[in-house]
Design a protein around this ligand. Structure first.
Ligand SMILES: [Fe+2]
Length: 278
């Protein structure tokens, strides 16, 4: 990777930097799910990392604005695909990176920007980066919004599919990759691999959403509301402890984990969990 490109990357604001790395991580997982060859995976990985590089030219006060953007501000943001593509071209980067920067806001039905391209001009690598980009934007906190829960992200992405804007197959794989990353995040938080490997990715998503949505302080009422909302609590009546410390959240995870593994995901799994605990 060229030094100039890496130095350009460091000029991005912290949100965009983190977003770029997240999109990269997600895209690599999607490539793996597709069984993509190593060369194509490497190209996709870099293309994903630098897709928003044009934002180094977008004024920080617009990128980090708390409220709704004006039409004029949005028009300035919309310059980043062309700015990024030009920068990558000037730095003699591969066409795949240039295309990703230029086309990642295009949609299959021609409703995207900057050129209103349509499906035949949007190959698989671009479709993957576009869907990963939207997934991470929805899943991340921004100065003006909280992260969305997995189920909300799923609904939004499939609405885009239904509207003919995103590729159904790609979206399914991006959601599978996102679920996998959420599980890894819970493993990191819970710091207990041997235990967590018995948790299904679906359950990990719900627990991760609970933490993301409520942060470090959560009341028993909120905990119950969250479970009601997720549809997984049903009528099982799990008693929530007081979620007012980080420790109690970990306890909550443990409770939820036992509840889910024993209660919903079958006696076999519950027994397995019991075995490794003894
Ligand atoms: Fe972008």
């Amino acid at each position: 990777m060229s030094k100039e490109l890496e130095s350009a990357f460091t000029k991005l604001d912290d949100y965009t930097k983190l977003h770029s790395v997240n999109v990269q991580e997600l895209a690599v997982l999607v490539a793996k799910i597709y069984g993509m060859n190593p060369a194509d995976t490497e190209a996709l990985k870099n293309a994903a990392k630098y897709h928003d590089i044009g934002k180094i030219f977008t004024p920080a006060e617009i990128l980090l604005k708390q409220g709704k953007l004006t039409d004029k501000e949005f028009a300035i943001i919309k310059a980043h695909p062309v700015d990024g593509a030009n920068l990558l071209k000037n730095l003699d980067q591969p066409q795949a990176y240039i295309d990703a920067a230029l086309k990642h806001h295009e949609k299959l039905d021609g409703s995207g920007y900057p050129y209103k391209l349509t499906s035949k001009e949007l190959p698989l690598d671009i479709r993957i980066i576009t869907a990963c980009d939207i997934y991470d934007a929805l899943a991340s906190a921004r100065p003006y919004k909280n992260p969305l829960m997995y189920k909300e992200i799923k609904d939004i992405l499939f609405k885009e599919v239904a509207d003919g804007k995103l590729d159904r197959n790609v979206v399914s794989k991006v959601l599978a990759a996102g679920k996998h990353l959420k599980k890894e995040e819970i493993v990191r938080l819970y710091k207990d691999e041997k235990y967590m490997k018995y948790i299904s990715p679906d359950v990990a998503c719900d627990i991760s959403d609970m933490i993301m949505k409520y942060g470090k302080v959560i009341s028993p009422e909120e905990f119950k509301a969250m479970h009601k909302e997720s549809g997984l609590m049903k009528d099982k009546g799990l008693a929530a402890p007081d979620f007012d410390t980080l420790d109690s959240i970990v306890k909550g995870i443990s409770l939820a984990k036992n509840y889910y593994t024993h209660g919903i995901y079958g006696q076999g799994l519950g027994n397995k969990l019991h075995d490794i605990e003894m």
